[in-house]
Each structure stands twice: as C-alpha cells, then as structure tokens.
Write a protein of this length. Structure first.
Length: 288
C-alpha cells in the first residue's frame, strides 16, 4: 500500500463553510476513511446515514478524589487549591479540578488520590462512503488535542487494516492546539476562508501556523461574491505567498437547503458543483 494520503480541511474561524466543504469532497474520494476532528462541536456525521460500529469512553485528564474516611479535615487542600475546586465539605468539583496533583502532594494523611476521568466519547460508524471516526468532548473539558489525536490514530488504523489510501479530515477551527493536532503530519491542508475582514485576518494566522509545519496548502474562498473587494485581497495575499488558490465558490442559498435536508451539497447540487470544476479538483486530491 502506498503512503497514506491525509487531507485536512481547516479554517481560521468557525462558520466559513469548513464542514460543508469537507462533506462535499467525500463522495469524490471513493472508498475513504472520514475523521471528524472538530471534537468541540462535531456535526459532520449529521449529513450521513450511518450505522454505529463501536463506541468507547475517552479519558483525557486526571481528577482528584478525597477519601472522607481518611481525611482529617486539616483544610490544607482547600487552602492550596488555586482553582477553588474543593468545597468546604471536602468534595471535588470536577469541572474546576485541573488535575494538578497539588492537593494529593500536600495531604498529610494521603487521603487524596488521582483518577482518570471521562472527558469525552469516541465513535466509529459506517457510511456508504466508508467508516467515519467521530468524537465528542464533554463541555468544559480542555483535552481536545488528545481526543483529536485518538480520532486520527483510529482513522489510520482503519485505513491500514483495510488497504485504504485516503483519509479526509474535518479539522478544528482556529489556530490553537486542537488545530495543531488536526494538521500534524498530513499530506495536504485545505484552508477555507471568506471575503470578510475577520476571514482574511484568520486566513493569515492559520497559514502562518501551517507554514511552521512546512505543509502543502491550498485555499478555497467560500461565498466569494459577497465582497469582490475582499476576495481580490485574498487572491493578492495568496499570490504574494505562493499559495494555490484552487476554488472560488459563490454564495448559493440552495447549499443551506441541502444541509437542512441532511444532504451533501455536492450531490444535491451536482451540476452546479461540476460547473465550478469541483469534480476535477477533488480528483487531484485523491491518492490512487
């Protein structure tokens, strides 16, 4: 089997059409593995008829536990907890506990111990386009990077075990550690942007991030006709930085209709997408 072809779709901000574009690419890849790495707000799987294959809990952080039978109520843990995670009744608030282990270290009678807490869930489902690995991080948790790494690890295992060459990744938005987990070691990065001031600003930030990893980058402008002036500014930036500007997608309200009907836009509006040269572009992404 040839080297895995991992394609990740990202954006500098949410709401640019990242997941819509990812979903639209999938039907053109043939048999592939799909990875939804937007674990804080996963929604790629909504557009697919799927059958759950497996599900497991994910433990990504440590939390403290106080054994009240051993505790002598000396208050040292309360006084030294910088996150105010311990109540006057010596009960740990899991939402506040950062697992720093200070309370465990300072307890004079070893009444405090750490345990692996459930911070999310990992799923594998079957679709007509291949298996999708998707996950959900619990509200308030900060271990999205670890959960994304688990999603990508499982996606690679499925691809290798089934001799599948292509993995398509719906990456996390922004430029934080969850994005780094989404793009590390991939074959190609597709950045989706929009012709707005914030869109341009975030395009520049996320491109600077990908540059540090020396990754191959392509740009897609979504809803380019909402501001020709800003789209021209994006084109100029891409030209100056020798970035491939592959597609300019016009605003089309039927794309919204497709999504509300749980339909993949590139299938629902097949002729319109073909006029954009979408099928030819997707063909260039495939590792055959």
């Amino acid at each position: 089997m040839s080297r895995l072809n991992e394609i990740v779709v990202i954006s500098g901000k949410g709401g640019t059409g990242k997941t819509t574009l990812t979903a639209s690419i999938i039907p053109y890849l043939g048999n592939c593995v799909i990875a939804d790495c937007d674990v804080d707000a996963p929604d790629l799987d909504i557009l697919f008829e799927k059958k759950l294959i497996s599900h497991k809990e994910f433990s990504g952080s440590n939390k403290a536990y106080i054994n009240n039978e051993t505790c002598i109520k000396c208050n040292k843990c309360i006084e030294n907890c910088k996150f105010n995670a311990i109540s006057d009744n010596y009960i740990i608030n899991e939402m506040r506990c950062e697992g720093c282990t200070v309370c465990e270290y300072i307890c004079p009678v070893d009444a405090i111990s750490m345990y692996k807490a459930k911070t999310g869930e990992l799923y594998i489902s079957e679709t007509v386009y291949g298996e999708i690995v998707h996950a959900k991080l619990n509200p308030g948790e900060e271990t999205s990077g670890r959960l994304i790494s688990e999603v990508r690890k499982k996606s690679k295992e499925i691809a290798k075990n089934n001799s599948i060459n292509n993995i398509i990744i719906d990456g996390a938005p922004g430029v934080a550690c969850n994005v780094i987990s989404s793009i590390t070691g991939v074959t190609k990065v597709i950045i989706v942007t929009e012709p707005t001031m914030s869109g341009i600003h975030d395009l520049k930030r996320v491109y600077e991030l990908t540059s540090k990893f020396r990754l191959e980058v392509e740009v897609v402008i979504n809803k380019y006709d909402l501001s020709i002036e800003k789209s021209t500014e994006i084109e100029k930036y891409c030209m100056e930085n020798k970035i491939k500007l592959e597609l300019k997608i016009a605003f089309n309200e039927n794309i919204v209709k497709a999504i509300t009907k749980k339909q993949i836009p590139s299938i629902y509006l097949k002729n319109w997408f073909m006029e954009l040269g979408f099928d030819k572009w997707c063909d260039s992404l495939v590792n055959k």
